[in-house]
Design a protein around this ligand. Sequence first.
Ligand SMILES: [Zn+2]
Length: 314
Amino acid sequence: MSIESLRADIVEIGRRMYARGYTASNDGNISVRVGDDRLLMTPKSVCKGFMTPDMMCVTDLAGKKIQGDRDPSSEMLMHLEVYQQRPDVRAVVHAHPPTATGFAVAGIPLDRAVLAEVLTTLGSIPLAEYATPSTSELPEAVRKYIKAHDGMLLANHGALTVGGDLYSAYYKMETVEHFAQISLVARMLGRENLISREEVLRLQGLRGTYGIQAPAPICLDPDVTGGAGTSAPAQTVVAGPREGAEDAATCQTVQAPAGTGSRLVAALDFTNEARFRASGALRQAASEASGEAEIRLTYRELSALIEDAIKNLR
Ligand SMILES: [Zn+2]
């Protein structure tokens, strides 16, 4: 692909990102490999919605500017880290799409087995820990997940996606934001049925059929049978790198409960436990309280009580 058409593709993708509200003002950045040892990158301090092809910078793989009137993106270090860790990646997109970034601000990774298409393509979307933008902290935070993931959230910042070409990286950004929106709506509706781990593995098997080149497999611990054959609620399996692990992720951690024969499983939620605790707390409070005494409940206990009351109304 000629460098002229890559310049034009970056302009077009910048326009789409801005039009979809994935960036505001001068946020976000885009880069692509040109040949084996050059990168074409968006410049610093321009709105991605109004770029022209001549604005782009050409750098080497160490970030040294080779060509261009402007300086390369302030997040160049993050891009360089991706290219260094992932020889297969030819393009990188960074933006602040509001719903995905909301999850990143709330500290919630998009790693639940919810949508079949997301499982086959991205697997899971982890949350890289907070790092000061444009410093060397950010590439360090990204390093933990980039070998095994094509998309991730950046805590209190935004999202990062990568691909074999510019459009593939950009479409993954669309997928991340779309997935975040759907997850948010499901959670607002109060129910998130998850795809069972058995079905997750079946979906992973389809990657080959669709020609999807995932950087790493989905990881589910085969030893955990969680709830199978019992009346206990299915156990949510969180496999893969544990919290606080220093090592880089080598697989895509997905939260999927054991199916016990069914392919969709009610999310193991916290409300059963919270309801139990809430009713206990209420009973205890009632027995201790007399007259106008105050009853104290945590927010979660109160939510569980309200949810219960609504269910009883139906
Ligand atoms: Zn940013």
